[in-house]
Design a protein around this ligand. Structure first.
Ligand SMILES: *Cc1c(COP(=O)(O)O)cnc(C)c1O
Length: 219
């Protein structure tokens, strides 16, 4: 099946309130254009260098999503154009994004990434660190950053019950953080679900799914 067909099938299967971010990491700009030409605009990359190369090759109206772990010293390269950073996991990173956004006269939307999986290797805040960061955000509001929600990745397992419970937990954290934030007016997004588990994620309240291999094939 073609990229266009697979993309259409997935889009048609998503509820209206769920946004699709097409994960294009490792794929060429010409492959990405196949998705772009169907009307898709939101694309996710996990490496700054790779994103920068594609930004230069692709149309200006692509909405770029940073979904991989981000080092503070690389924020300056994406600050001029990034649409949403899904992977904020420290106060230091948040401060850097705020500073670089100010330099570019922008307000950058971000999600706080929470570690919900069993694997050690996955990035993200513990529940405690998340609540601590929320407190710090309340104490020193950032004028050039908008915290619009949470992001998480489930454990890589075929056990649906494990995955479902992790998503349920993230949804609960989302609802709790919403009550804790002094300004929660923009706090509306829950980025969870990829090729293997996006249906489970949607059942648990996801508003953004990040899907790569179901559209482009295995990497
Ligand atoms: C690669 C990646 C995805 C997409 O994974 P697929 O299994 O190809 O759908 C989603 N989220 C993050 C953070 C990723 O790194």
């Amino acid at each position: 099946m073609s990229v266009e067909k697979r993309l259409k099938e997935i889009k048609d299967s998503l509820p209206n309130h769920v946004q699709l971010v097409v994960v294009s990491k490792t794929h060429s700009s010409s492959t990405i254009m196949q998705a772009y030409n169907t009307g898709q605009r939101a694309f996710g990359e996990n490496r700054v260098q790779e994103m920068m190369e594609k930004v230069n090759q692709l149309p200006d109206d692509v909405e770029w999503h940073m979904i991989g772990s981000l080092q503070s010293n690389k924020v300056k390269y994406i600050a001029p154009y990034i649409h949403l950073i899904h992977s904020v996991d420290s106060l230091k990173l948040l401060r850097t994004i705020n500073r670089e956004a100010e330099k570019n006269d922008r307000v950058i939307s971000v999600l706080l990434q929470v570690h919900i999986a069993q694997e050690e290797s996955k990035f993200g805040l513990t529940d405690e660190q998340l609540y601590q960061l929320v407190e710090e955000i309340n104490n020193q509001p950032f004028n050039h950053v908008k915290v619009t929600g949470l992001m998480g990745m489930s454990t890589f397992t075929s056990d649906k019950e494990v995955v479902r419970n992790e998503f349920k937990h993230l949804k609960n954290l989302f609802e709790t953080v919403k009550t804790k934030l002094n300004d929660a007016s923009a706090f509306t997004e829950l980025s969870m679900g990829m090729t293997s588990d996006y249906q489970l994620a949607i059942d648990q309240g996801s508003t953004i799914v990040r899907i790569g291999s179901a559209i482009f094939g295995e990497r």
